[in-house]
Design a protein around this ligand. Structure first.
Ligand code: LIP
Length: 280
């Protein structure tokens, strides 16, 4: 059967993600030049830049008209998402983990066509976990189909969120209140410092939900893995509206099902109202 465009994009993305994974794997335990972005908890290394430049360079050579939304080159203001094929790239997600050789770190490539995610790839080359999804074709870990957890009761759920955002003054109170509220209702919480991979853990069924929103979090952290979750049978909501996620508004609740997503949505909303009320 002749390959359609998206097959070709997928093949190229897989090749690029594997090459990038090799760079990440070979550099994780070595010397790196570390630069602070927002603060000392938001870092970039020369390898983030090198991987991103290589991916973009190779795609541009093959598809000069394709667009990019990528962590190290997009800047603070997200471009408009158009109908053109758009490569959404995080060259190293979990850079702080990578700097510490903490093995939860990954390369992320997502592709949107006509404003819809059609391809999502998240690769952790340290633990050899390659998460893949194509729209309508299911989600996979190293080629084996994956499904989200069937748990519907939040008291039996393991929920991830990012306590690291307490480092940002603007997020401190909100994060503390959210952590308190979620911990009260869930069976346990975990915090891994790597958005795309944690969303994939929801897809894999080893975590029931993940809330992600904070300084520096953007489209490249959530777009590819959102497709992986939905293809694995889960849901991804906009944390603010409770509607299906808009990848250009990166504030997400990824969950194994609608019940857990909605419960978490209400808990976080209530925690936020408490903080707003206290600050009046
Ligand atoms: C990271 C996110 C993580 C968050 C970090 C950081 P980066 O992305 O994946 O969830 O806690 O502060 O934003 O910057 O390593 O690509």
């Amino acid at each position: 059967m002749a390959k359609i465009n998206e097959d070709l994009y997928y093949d190229l993305a897989m090749e690029l993600v594997r090459d990038a994974g090799k760079v990440l794997r070979e550099s994780i335990n070595g010397r790196k030049t570390i630069t602070e972005k927002l603060s000392n908890w938001d870092l970039v290394t020369e390898y983030d830049q090198k991987i991103e430049d290589t991916i973009i360079g190779r795609v541009k050579k093959e598809y000069p008209n394709h667009k990019f939304i990528a962590e190290e080159s997009t800047g603070k203001n997200l471009p408009e998402l158009t109908d053109d094929p758009t490569w959404i790239i995080d060259p190293i997600d979990g850079t702080l983990n990578y700097v510490h050789s903490f093995p939860h770190t990954c390369v992320v490539i997502g592709i949107a066509v006509k404003k819809e995610m059609v391809i999502g790839i998240v690769y952790n080359p340290i633990l050899e976990q390659l998460f893949t999804a194509r729209k309508g074709q299911g989600a996979f870990l190293n080629g084996t189909p994956i499904k989200t957890s069937k748990i519907e009761d939040l008291s039996k759920a393991l929920v991830c969120l990012e306590v690291g955002f307490m480092k940002a003054e603007s997020m401190r109170e909100l994060t503390i209140e959210r952590v308190k509220a979620v911990l009260k209702e869930a069976q346990g919480i975990r915090t891994l410092g790597v958005a795309a991979l944690t969303l994939c853990y929801v897809a894999l069924g080893i975590v029931e939900a993940y809330h992600i929103e904070g300084p520096g979090i953007s489209t490249w952290d959530i777009a590819a893995a959102s497709l992986i979750i939905t293809e694995a049978g889960g849901v991804v909501l906009d944390r603010k509206t409770g509607e299906r996620i808009n990848i250009m508004k990166p504030r997400a609740i990824g969950a194994c099902n609608a019940k857990i997503a909605t419960d978490l949505f209400h808990i976080i909303r209530e925690a936020d109202s408490k903080v707003i009320e206290n600050n009046k």
